[in-house]
Design a protein around this ligand. Structure first.
Ligand SMILES: CC(C)(COP(=O)(O)OP(=O)(O)OC[C@H]1O[C@@H](n2cnc3c(N)ncnc32)[C@H](O)[C@@H]1OP(=O)(O)O)[C@@H](O)C(=O)NCCC(=O)NCCS
Length: 210
């Protein structure tokens, strides 16, 4: 008998991912939440504390999905799960359109209404959120998150752990560096250096906080 997947995370993002996995007929066994989290998440029992990841692996569970919104934390927990010997499964909505020539890593979430176009590569642990689109020849690196309703034109590159807030647009050929955070509704029309925090139309650096 195949044991169900272990979901790391028990919040709102986990709820969406549980429903994606159910829509793919992939059973879910447990969520792992923080200390003090609710005891169940959409009917899935929640175990408290990351130590359960190792305990469930010892008990024979082999597939995991990291349902954590923070890009850096998702990447770290994904690496820990792999070291423990878990396979990171993908959660892809049947209502998403993924080109047959797109290449997907592992631990990827693709929500309903998303479109991934030809010859695009999607790295491990990437989130392509509701109704976002990535056009042809895109390169989305590990643990990036493209929030709902973003639109990326062709030949766009996003570095590792980039976060594009809801409704961002990116014109063709632009490269966005690692760990960039782009505010909701940003329109990105030129290359963006690593670690920038940007927003607006066109997107510009946000003022540094004191
Ligand atoms: C960009 C963002 C991350 C900044 O958050 P923050 O660091 O808490 O910044 P603040 O709210 O203190 O705002 C800092 C400044 O940026 C401006 N700003 C913030 N977000 C902006 C946006 N999306 N567009 C334009 N300006 C924005 C603020 O008006 C403020 O300007 P000021 O310095 O002139 O007062 C946040 O505003 C944002 O847009 N997050 C997107 C969230 C999202 O889409 N989530 C989807 C989850 S699926």
């Amino acid at each position: 008998m195949t044991l169900g997947a272990v979901i790391v995370g028990a919040g709102g993002h986990a709820k969406v991912c549980i429903e994606l996995l159910r829509a793919m007929n992939k059973p879910v066994a447990f969520c792992i939440g923080a200390e003090g989290s609710e005891s169940s998440c959409l009917g899935v029992p929640v175990l408290q504390g990351d130590a359960h990841l190792q305990e469930l692996r010892r008990a024979g569970y082999t597939s995991a999905f990291i349902a954590i919104g923070s890009n850096a934390l998702r990447q770290r927990l994904g690496a820990s799960a792999k070291v423990l010997g878990y396979e990171l499964i993908n959660a892809i909505s049947p209502a998403a359109v993924v080109s047959p020539s797109a290449r997907l890593g592992c631990g990827v979430a693709i929500m309903a209404g998303a479109v991934i176009n030809a010859d695009t590569s999607i790295g491990d642990l990437v989130i392509i959120n509701t109704s976002a689109s990535v056009d042809h020849d895109g390169r989305i690196e590990e643990a990036a998150h493209i929030a709902p309703h973003c639109g990326l034109a062709g030949n766009v590159t996003l570095g590792p752990r980039v976060f594009l807030g809801i409704g961002c647009k990116v014109i063709p050929g632009v490269s966005v560096g690692a760990d960039v955070v782009a505010g909701a509704g940003s329109v990105i029309i030129s290359d963006i250096p690593h670690h920038s925090r940007i927003a607006g139309i066109p997107a510009k650096n946000l003022r540094k906080k004191d």
